[in-house]
Design a protein around this ligand. Structure first.
Ligand SMILES: Cc1cc2nc3c(=O)[nH]c(=O)nc-3n(C[C@H](O)[C@H](O)[C@H](O)COP(=O)(O)O)c2cc1C
Length: 173
């Protein structure tokens, strides 16, 4: 049995979670653009990470393109976003980004992300400020204007526990 962590991120929070998960489980982190395309079929368990931008997973098209292969593997998907913990927002993200079969077959973990205004591209900063202006909830508006950092090592514990359970039953090497 083989397992690996793969992800695509933009500003580092998804990369940080991928690193913590890989370290805890002694797994390699694969480059989604290079190694993965040809070797996806070799893995029994794939722990896949993606942030959400404007309602879309950064890996939305990749997940769709590789759907048939992914359906034959065990998938744990970690979604890094600003709306982790908001059930309705989480349901919307799943509905808008995952094919129904994939949504049913993979385990999804929502992890709280980070927005560091000083690191955002001009376009992303503009868009997040525009979205903040439309936000009615004062606290959320403030958070969106100032940025936030909710990335914590402890958030990956449930995913690690679930992967360890899988490893114990399936004997990952
Ligand atoms: C321009 C922009 C748009 C975003 N759009 C969403 C969104 O639609 N829904 C959400 O839950 N989080 C959204 N986020 C929050 C990101 O998912 C979060 O910052 C995440 O940690 C980014 O991951 P990364 O650092 O790996 O790129 C957005 C962040 C930015 C900067």
């Amino acid at each position: 049995m083989k397992a690996a962590v793969i992800y695509k991120g933009k500003y580092g929070s998804t990369a940080q979670y991928a690193k913590w998960i890989a370290e805890a489980l002694y797994l390699s982190v694969l480059d989604i653009d290079k190694e993965v395309a040809d070797h996806l079929g070799e893995y029994d368990l794939l722990i896949i990470g993606s942030p959400v931008y404007f309602g879309n997973l950064l890996l939305k098209h990749w997940l769709s393109k590789n759907k048939n292969l992914l359906l034959k593997r065990s998938i744990k998907l970690f979604v890094v976003c600003g709306s982790a913990g908001n059930q309705q927002a989480q349901d919307n993200i799943i509905r808008q980004n995952l094919h129904v079969d994939l949504a049913k077959s993979c385990e999804v973990h929502f992890l709280p992300g980070r927005v560091d205004m000083s690191k955002l591209s001009w376009f992303d900063r503009l868009m997040i400020k525009a979205a903040a202006l439309m936000q009615k909830d004062r606290q959320k508006r403030y958070m969106m204007m100032r940025g936030y950092d909710a990335v914590k090592r402890e958030h990956v514990n449930p995913l690690i526990k679930s992967a360890l359970h899988y490893a114990n039953t399936e004997k990952i090497v």
